[in-house]
Design a binder for this molecule. Structure first.
Ligand code: HEM
Length: 138
């Protein structure tokens, strides 16, 4: 296998492995007086891990993007595709935090909604790493 395929597997594995492991660990450690239910525990994960990690990813991404935009990325089709998918991923993350907030407040949220969101965000994550590593339509 060529180096780029190893690089691709490396990024994909790291993103999903560490992200899910840290999230599940925090949810498992959550039952306290303030986080007494599953909805409260999962909401804690989004507030402590998901949203801050998204902001750190954005800060790093824009730190690379902005200084090199006209030189490199304005003409890079893969970056435009990646940024479009990122907007969708950030939107899906917003839907997740919103649904969890409502669930934690006692409103009914269908389990199917979370199942669908998991697929949407997982597929978007795979596509984003695919564009970032293989850089198609360069
Ligand atoms: C607004 C958010 C983001 C912006 C502005 C952004 C922008 C960038 C830029 C400018 C690069 C350097 C590309 C290059 O010339 O090699 C990069 C690399 C990369 N990005 Fe992002 N990114 C963002 C979020 C993400 C997210 C959420 C993921 C993963 C799900 C991701 C995955 C990657 C990967 C794997 C690379 C490394 C590619 C390589 O070196 O082979 N990015 N990003």
């Amino acid at each position: 296998m060529s180096m780029i395929v190893f690089r691709y597997l490396h990024f994909l594995g790291m993103a999903f492995w560490i992200g899910s492991a840290v999230g599940v660990t925090i949810a498992a450690a959550a039952p306290t007086q303030r986080e007494s239910g599953i909805a409260q525990s999962l909401r804690k994960v989004t507030l402590r891990v998901t949203t801050p990690s998204m902001l750190v990813a954005f800060a790093g991404g824009f730190g690379m993007l902005i200084p090199n935009f006209t030189e490199i990325y304005a003409k890079a089709g893969w970056m435009h595709a990646k940024l479009t998918l990122l907007i969708l991923l950030a939107g899906a993350t917003g839907v997740l935090t919103g649904k969890l907030r409502r669930w934690a407040q006692g409103e009914e949220v269908k389990a199917k909604t979370f199942g669908r969101l998991a697929w949407v965000m997982g597929i978007l994550g795979v596509l984003i790493v695919t564009f970032a590593v293989f850089k198609p339509f360069a």
